[in-house]
Structures are given as structure tokens and as C-alpha cells.
Write a protein that binds this ligand. Sequence first.
Ligand code: ADP
Length: 260
Amino acid sequence: RLVSPPKPAAAKVLPDVRHVIAVASGKGGVGKSTTAVNLALGLRANGLKVGILDADIHGPSIPTLLALHGQPRMGKDRRLLPMQSNGLSAMSMGMMVDAETAMVWRGPMVMSAITQMLAEVDWGVLDVLIVDMPPGTGDAQLAIAQGTTLSGAVIVSTPQDLALIDARRGIAMFRKVDVPILGVIENMAHFTCTQCGTQHALFGTGGAQAEAQRLNVPFLGAIPLTMDLRVASDSGQPIVARDPDGPLGRLYIDMATRIW
Ligand code: ADP
């Protein structure tokens, strides 16, 4: 294990949730949501009860990644029930409003939507709630980091300098509010040509690992850029659910084991 088990969530709004873990990135499009879903499934593969909250309100991808259609049902006490997919409880603003509507929301509305998804959803008993954070380090991110009593944060970055600069900001933001960094994951690390087998480091190589070392945070591993992963994500069958014993499935499950 790279890190000791995270401290208890102790969040008032989520009394039955042991740990809330944020998956964050400085930039959009680096594979944060893909990583969040596969890590969540990796934790579940470890026998844990896991939920995933899509706080990326301006670009909610969890419904697509988990093939969730329709709207959540209302349960007891007029609280919404999270939707279920591949053994995960999931909630996303993408299930409630269309993308164009949420796109124009300002900070306070984003915050109130996230608060609702935390407090007004019947998450039930969970070992972990993974929060797929909005990209960047604005007010909304800071408010989530402070408001939900995070047990820890996982930072996703490509090896590219531009993404790393923003990842560094993300790490600084979590540190400022005393949220432990559980680790950095390098995504889209390299691409292996299916024709000739040559490895190409399209976005550079080792950048996130070096940055993790420099900042003294655990490096959880590098995920290659692969067609399999992209196709699995787009089809709503994440790679850990589709092929848990394959190399990618094992990689995510191993990373999940190390953060737990
Ligand atoms: P973010 O949440 O950072 O915006 P996503 O997880 O939505 O990023 O990923 C953006 C796109 O890149 C998606 O189409 C996803 O399937 C694809 N993708 C993410 N990681 C990989 C990878 N390692 N290999 C191939 N495609 C990937």
C-alpha cells in the first residue's frame, strides 16, 4: 500500500458514507471521468460498496460512461435514489437537466446542484463515494473540497506540461484545505501502434510521475492511450466491468487497492 487508509469522512450530510474521495484534474479532457468510473469499479472489485457522484456539471459524462438513461426515481422521504449500473450507485446532473441548461449555470447554481446531489440523494450505506470533480480550481471546486469533508483526492493528468501545470494547481488547492493527496495517475501515457507494436509517447513521457515525485505525493500508475479504453467508455461498459482480468482492468483494480 502506498498510503495509509484515508481518514473518516465524518460529513454531516452523508452520515452513512465512510469516505468521500475526489477525482480531479486541472484540465478537461484528460480522462478524469473515465478514471473516476474505473477506479470506482476497482474499489468495488475489492468488495466495497461504492457510489459515484458526477460533480462535473458543465460536462457530465457519467451517464454515458455507465450507460444510464432516464431519470432517478424518488424514494422514501422524497429523496432521490441514485441510479444503478455495474454495481455502482450513480448520480449526475446529466440525469436531471439537459447539457445546454447546465452549461450556462453560474457558480452559486452549480454549488447548489452539487449540494443537492449530496444531501438530497439517498446514497444509503457506502464505503466510498467517488466525486468526479469539475476540472480546474475555481470557487466551485474549492467549495466541494471544503464542504464535503473529503478523505482524499486523486489527481489525473496527461504527461503534457500544460496539463501538469494545472494538475500542480489542483494539488496545491487540496493541500490548502488539508485534503490528503492519495495519488497522481498519468493518463494517455503512451500509445502502442497496433500495426508495428512501436510505443509512441504522444503527450511526452513520465511527466506526471516526475511531478508526483517532486511534490512528494504517491504516483499510482500510468494508463496507456488505447482504443479499447475509449470504445469501452463510449459504449457504457467501462473496461474494469468489461474485462477485469485484462491488463487495463488489473491496472485500475491495483490502483484502487493502493488508495484504499
Ligand atoms: P475528462 O473527464 O477529463 O473530461 P474523459 O474521461 O471524459 O475526460 O475522457 C475524454 C475522452 O478521452 C473520452 O472520449 C474518453 O473515452 C477518452 N479517453 C480517456 N482516457 C483514455 C485513454 N487512456 N485511452 C483512450 N481514450 C481515453
